[in-house]
Design a protein around this ligand. Structure first.
Ligand code: ADE
Ligand code: ZN
Length: 340
């Protein structure tokens, strides 16, 4: 059989996306459309000028623009339109399951009700399941630059929507805001039956990965690439098969690695870690999940077997039930072996 080109090979592999901030999928065109709809004056006169501002030096320089962009989201239809646009793109990339972060505090602090945010997002999740069979889960993230008290209040506000949220997570400015700042919030969330994940070791030290595991009892680490600074931690992540949701284009755009050729995902894969490929904030970082796979495959000369392993990891590391995981893993193995 003729081997398909790399792009069609990756697209055909069933993939789960496990690290996607829905507010980070808000494309500049939609920012302008929603600004017009709501009579909001933007700081940038054109789509091109806004796009030109996406030249980041670190995580904080990105977050400042990301939170400003989210200000145009005002009603449930806006959240629905943004989420639907992401799900269509993910589907086109061969994503069959997506676990989506949302940042309620970014909206509730502007006077938008929790119910407005969740209603718009979940309507799109249901539409995508019905229209093109893409399954999903929703993960509520606490903003770590805000207080423990604010996170506890947010958890309380989310309780009426408990059945639509699978897990809680932790994002925003990492340095100076260690996971243990939220130990009590995460303990309460676990008591309520939520799974837990946390961003750790993106810009922050490897020690934050350890406290996310030991204090927050997370099922996965979001990013985690700085684990390499602690070889004993790398051995633990491999032994316990703790998934890392790695975001290659994000890491180069936010200068975690200066070039894709320097990215450590290939080394971590070779050491047996359960690493996965994700897009983080695709509207800001230059590509959705397929572009992320292609970027690492090309820069690190990954083999097709290694690429298939990354997709396999994404299914294993998801919060899907066991029969669904087995279904997608056997589909993936059939596609990967037909192409080799
Ligand atoms: N919020 C959105 N994207 C993020 C990232 N890459 N790190 C931390 N918080 C975020
Ligand atoms: Zn992220």
């Amino acid at each position: 059989m003729l081997s398909p080109n790399l792009e069609s090979f990756i697209r055909a592999l069933p993939k789960a996306e496990l690290h996607l901030h829905i507010e980070g999928s808000l494309e500049p065109g939609m920012v302008f459309e929603l600004a017009r709809k709501h009579g909001v004056t933007l700081k940038y006169p054109t789509v091109e000028a806004l796009r030109a501002a996406y030249d980041f030096s670190d995580l904080q320089s990105f977050l400042d623009i990301y939170y400003a962009g989210a200000d145009v989201l005002r009603d449930a239809d806006d959240f629905h339109a943004m989420t639907m646009a992401y799900l269509r793109r993910a589907h086109a990339d061969g994503v069959m399951h997506s676990e989506i972060f949302f940042d309620p505090q970014t909206h509730t602090d502007r006077g938008i009700a929790m119910g407005t945010v969740i209603d718009g997002i979940t309507r799109a999740l249901d539409d995508a399941k019905r229209e093109f069979g893409l399954s999903s889960r929703l993960i509520l993230c606490f903003l770590r630059h805000l207080s423990e008290e604010a996170a506890l209040q947010t958890l309380e506000q989310a309780l009426p929507y408990r059945d639509r949220i699978v897990a809680v997570g932790l994002d925003s400015s990492e340095r100076g805001h260690p996971p243990e700042k939220f130990s009590r919030v995460f303990a309460k969330a676990r008591e309520l039956g939520f799974l837990t994940v946390a961003h750790a070791g993106e810009e922050g030290p490897a020690a934050y990965i350890r406290t996310a595991l030991d204090e927050l009892k997370v099922s996965r680490i979001d990013h985690g690439v700085r684990c390499e600074e602690d070889p004993a931690l790398v051995r633990r992540l491999a032994a316990e098969q703790i998934p890392l949701t790695v975001c290659p284009l994000s890491n180069t755009r936010l200068k975690v690695f200066s070039r894709m050729a320097d990215h450590n995902i290939g080394r971590l894969l070779e050491q047996g870690l359960c690493v996965t490929v994700n897009s983080d904030d695709p509207a800001y970082f230059g590509g959705y999940v397929l572009a992320n796979y292609l970027a690492v495959a090309e820069a690190l000369s990954l083999s097709r077997a290694q690429i298939a392993q990354l997709a396999r990891n994404s299914i294993t590391a998801s919060f899907l039930d066991e029969p669904s995981k087995q279904h997608w893993l056997s589909r993936l193995d059939a596609i990967a072996s037909a192409a080799s």
